[in-house]
Design a binder for this molecule. Structure first.
Ligand code: DCP
Ligand code: MG
Length: 373
């Protein structure tokens, strides 16, 4: 790898619980969990940090959690609200890059390699993203910043909750030397126990084994271990979001008085749209051209037309049609396109093959919670 990647892993703090506390602030400071009822053999999806002090954790039987923490307030999950918050967070990410790989509702990888903001400092951008989430979504998140996905994910956990941690390329060697092997994705209890028998506790210990030794001890996982214990991970961030549209719009400081003024704004908007479309044209086909107009009294209208290109004259016609519907000053003008992915099936395959995502018990857990009436 010639250039160093700038990967950020963002992970919300006690996600479901934080949403519940946000929406019912009288819960703040009390030990709370989100999950199924103890008397119905429910399980804990997550709990806030005060509850963690009692030993309560995700995937624990709710009955056990109550035993450990008798005052524990257990709230039924409400996925719709968690999904809405997740979408809001995703929209914030979108302002910084198109290279977003969500792993679950509450975590995602971002590749900020192309973002020049804050002098290209991924740590400063991560910090900005975190404050925007705090003020717009009203929950805290933690972030890890590193040259690859493996290290970024470990880093986001380092200063949790509401913190971030940067692993620079030059720190990698020292960082991994002391890193417990359990931190390696794919090293569970069984593998860790086997490693311990061989006297291996840290990635540093593991890096003393050569490729053949790793192969004979750990089979096909050996090759990956060879890289990970050295802090090497070449996996790219694989965006899984399928866009349905692309657009640019402007809200004007003073209203555009007539059609002529609206048409005069078209070239500027068109130029911006062309830049956006450049990054998308190898992945999407255009299916429609769209114009959106909001009049000074906030009434809006959308006009669209089937099209497989972004034709400037067509935008002109659409603006004319839209303006005729209101014939009054315009406060917002937008142009855009409806898109269809060129290879939809390939995109969804990426999602399924994402190992970290598959590893999460979350989806199954949610089903279990939903079965609990
Ligand atoms: N989740 C679940 N079942 C699990 C683990 C998690 O249903 N076994 C859900 C609830 C969590 C959300 O997924 O809120 C995110 O999972 P995390 O592992 O990121 O845990 P939290 O965000 O709750 O806490 P942390 O602050 O440790 O990230
Ligand atoms: Mg989390």
């Amino acid at each position: 790898m010639s250039t160093t990647r700038k990967i950020v892993h963002v992970d919300c703090d006690s996600f479901y619980a934080s949403i519940e506390i946000r929406d019912n602030p009288s819960l703040a400071g009390l030990p709370i969990a989100v999950g199924g009822a103890p008397e119905r053999r429910g399980v804990i999806a997550t709990c806030n940090y005060p509850a963690r002090e009692f030993g309560v954790h995700s995937a624990m039987a709710s009955a056990m959690a109550r035993k450990l923490c008798p005052g524990l307030i257990i709230i039924k999950p409400d996925m719709a609200r968690y999904r809405a918050a997740s979408q809001q967070i995703h929209d914030i990410f979108q302002d910084y890059t198109d290279l977003i790989e969500p792993l679950s509702l509450d975590e995602a990888f971002l590749d900020l390699g192309d973002n020049p903001l804050h002098g290209g400092s991924a740590a400063a951008i991560a910090s900005e993203i975190r404050s925007r989430i705090a003020s717009q979504v009203n929950i805290t998140v933690s972030a890890g910043i590193a040259p690859n996905k493996f290290l970024a994910k470990i880093a986001s956990d380092w200063n949790k909750p509401n913190g971030q941690f940067v692993i620079e390329q030059k720190m990698v060697e020292d960082f991994v030397r002391e890193l417990p092997v359990r931190k390696i994705f794919g090293v569970g209890k069984v593998t860790a126990a086997r490693m311990e028998k061989l006297g291996i506790k840290t990635c540093g210990d593991l890096s003393n084994l050569d490729r053949d030794q790793l192969d004979s001890q750990f089979g096909s996982f050996g090759k990956r271990l060879f890289e990970l214990c050295r802090g090497i991970d070449h996996r790219p961030v694989q965006p899984t979001r399928i866009r349905k549209s692309v657009g640019v719009e402007n809200t004007f400081v003073s209203d555009l008085p007539d059609l002529h003024a609206c048409l005069a704004e078209l070239p500027g908007l068109y130029e911006q749209l062309t830049v956006r479309m450049q990054n998308l044209s190898n992945k999407y086909l255009i299916s429609k051209q769209v114009v959106k107009i909001k009049f000074h009294d906030f009434v809006s209208t959308t006009v669209e037309s089937l099209s497989d290109t972004m034709d400037l004259n067509k935008y002109r016609d659409l603006i004319e049609q839209g303006f005729q519907r209101g014939q009054r000053p315009v406060r917002l003008l937008g142009i855009g396109a409806k898109l269809t992915p060129i290879e939809q099936s390939a995109d969804s395959k990426i999602t399924l093959e994402n190992d970290e995502r598959l590893s999460r018990p979350e989806n199954e857990m949610q089903l279990a919670l939903f079965r609990d009436p």
